[in-house]
Design a protein around this ligand. Structure first.
Ligand code: 8ZB
Length: 482
């Protein structure tokens, strides 16, 4: 394996491709020419990039749930329900954990047991086992675009089958579907395997088929500072477009302070445009994830959290918002709870669609700092790779130049510690080895000292713990007990 940020030649791709398609018998049914013809016959409203482009132009935020069950019929029923009762604009298919681990035999057993029990015993849709035809049954039964949502370090066969099956959007990336999801998979390996996925999508794009790509923005979903997730999103975007990806949605997970969150969505788009300037014809959109950390168990409180995310997404004018449900603290939601999260979100989106968060000094300052932090990280990554962002990324993880808080991966340094400031914005309590200037370090420190003063304690690890549990307990900032 030689990892470089360079478009793969077709020979290399095809060599590996034979291996990938041989990983499970359903790989045999993948035929790229036939799949491209199938996509060209899809109604335009079933193509994700079309919906995103229209939403971006009109300045509205689309809503999307997460959802996936084991059996095709039940999955169709679920998605139809979310479309009709939840008024979802675009649809997901959440993939089960066995498939995410490339454990297709366990997935097959799960399908069998689900048939016997008459209910889903898998936590998602096992798309590899259902194969190209199974995926096409979904596409044909539903009147909205479908995206694959998963968490798979090696997602090559899953991509082959779902894309040939008519899905028009694919989530993930070599960092964002490794570091938060796996313990023992090297970053070099996942960057390589995701180059394959992006090269495959590049082949569709070359032949006039739009497949949207969405790096997973929220990472561990736990107090991730915007500049950490922006750096990862932009790296994954650069790696994708090099392989021929044209339609990209970059993501960010809500932190909870309105000004910081609006600034994050704005800077994500502005920075990405800047870093992708050398590539032509890229369609760039944004996705805002409602709060990804711990949720309150009480459903009424959960609706409060969902609403605040919906309001923030609308005011930030994110192209899409990924919706949580009142069952978040418990596990996988019922379809009714899922639809409630969607309707709550749609209400806020509709009420706020004619309002935009006006530019002001505080917003501008926040944007300036996110941009500075992100550029400082990315500049160092390029430097480490002698201009090659793929090689730079591998080195950046080893040296903690990129560092994702609370990640399980042993390929992540795990030195940084985030904490909220006095207004709930997420700052660097311990910047670890991130390559920040004195100005950036002092800004973060001053913000945390402000909170320390208010709480009569030094900014310390207890703050981090308090912040992790705060929203679940009904607050944003984890204040000490009075
Ligand atoms: C990283 C994403 C975690 C979120 C939800 C979890 C959580 C996972 C399913 C699902 C509906 C599924 N999630 N699997 N939601 N159906 N099969 O993803 O609840 O919010």
């Amino acid at each position: 394996m030689e990892l470089k940020n360079q478009k793969w030649d077709l020979e290399k791709f095809n060599q590996i491709r034979a291996e990938v398609l041989g990983q499970w018998p359903t790989g045999d049914a993948v035929d790229l020419d036939e799949a491209i013809a199938y996509h060209k016959n899809l109604a335009p409203e079933k193509v994700m990039a079309n919906k995103l482009a229209t939403a971006k132009k009109e300045g509205v935020s689309l809503i999307q749930p997460r959802a996936g069950v084991a059996l095709i019929d039940q999955h169709i029923e679920l998605l139809q329900f979310l479309r009709e009762e939840g008024r979802a604009d675009v649809l997901p298919t959440t993939i089960d954990s066995y498939t995410r681990q490339n454990n297709y035999q366990e997935a097959a057993d799960g399908i069998e047991e689900s048939r016997n029990e008459g209910r889903s015993l898998l936590n998602g849709f096992p798309a590899v086992n259902h194969g190209v035809d199974g995926c096409r049954q979904l596409v044909e039964a539903l009147d909205a675009p479908l995206q694959v949502r998963h968490g798979t370090p090696d997602a090559r066969l899953l991509a082959e089958i779902t894309l040939a099956g008519g899905f028009t959007d694919y989530e993930g990336g070599g960092i964002s579907y490794n570091i938060p999801y796996a313990k023992d998979v090297s970053i070099e390996q996942t960057l390589y395997d995701w180059q394959y996925v992006d090269r495959l999508i590049g082949l569709y794009e070359e032949r006039g088929v739009k497949i949207n790509r969405e790096p997973f923005g929220p990472l561990t979903g736990t107090l991730v500072p915007p500049s950490v997730s922006h750096s990862v999103a932009i790296i994954e975007a650069l790696l994708a477009v090099e392989q021929g990806v044209k339609n990209l949605t970059l993501g960010y997970g809500q932190c909870g302070n309105l000004i910081q969150d609006v600034a994050a969505i704005k800077t994500l788009e502005e920075l990405a445009e800047e870093y992708l300037a050398d590539y032509d014809d890229i369609m760039l959109t944004t996705v805002f994830h409602q709060w990804m950390g711990g949720f309150p168990q009480d459903e009424a409180q959960a609706f409060g959290v969902i609403s605040w995310g919906a309001a923030t997404a609308a005011l930030a004018k994110a192209t899409k918002v990924i919706v949580k449900t009142p069952h978040e603290a418990l596990g996988i939601p019922t379809k009714e709870a899922n639809a409630q999260g969607l309707r709550t979100t749609k209400q806020l989106i509709n009420m706020l669609k004619d309002q935009e968060f006006a530019s002001n000094g505080r917003l501008e300052k926040e944007k300036e700092m996110i941009k500075k932090e992100t550029r400082q990280i990315l500049d160092r990554v390029f430097e480490l790779g002698d201009g090659d962002i793929a090689q730079g990324t591998v080195k950046a993880f080893t040296s903690g130049i990129i560092d994702i808080p609370f990640a399980p991966s042993r390929y992540n340094a795990g030195n940084i510690l985030p904490a909220r400031d006095n207004e709930g914005a997420v700052r660097y309590l311990n910047p670890g080895n991130l390559p920040f200037s004195d100005e950036v370090l002092e800004f973060n420190q001053a913000k945390l000292e402000e909170r320390g003063k208010e709480e009569l304690r030094e900014p310390n690890f207890q703050m981090v713990i308090d912040d992790i549990y705060a929203i679940g307990k009904g607050k944003l900032v984890g204040r000490p007990r009075e």
